[in-house]
Design a protein around this ligand. Sequence first.
Ligand SMILES: [Zn+2]
Length: 101
Amino acid sequence: MKACDEYSETAQLYFDKELRGTPVAEFRAHLKGCAACRCALEEDEELSFILRQSRPLYSAPDSLQARVLRAMRDSSSEQQTDVQLSDIRSEHIPSDKSTKK
Ligand SMILES: [Zn+2]
């Protein structure tokens, strides 16, 4: 049986869901018999829950995405609708008339 100190790194990996294979089973077995490690893990979970609640991480990408999309639309409309369409029209309409007539 390992001491609790030896599980601190394992607990961190387990909490980050980066622990795989035999160590997971081993750590879970230790958790069953060790209230101290169970408490530490619960405290970690609680802390990350509080951090997630106080800082809404998912609203930032949304507003950023909207800003990027708007910027893209603005720059593309500047390039296309005004300049290119009028260029194409002024080039093609007169030449069409002159070739048909
Ligand atoms: Zn322990």
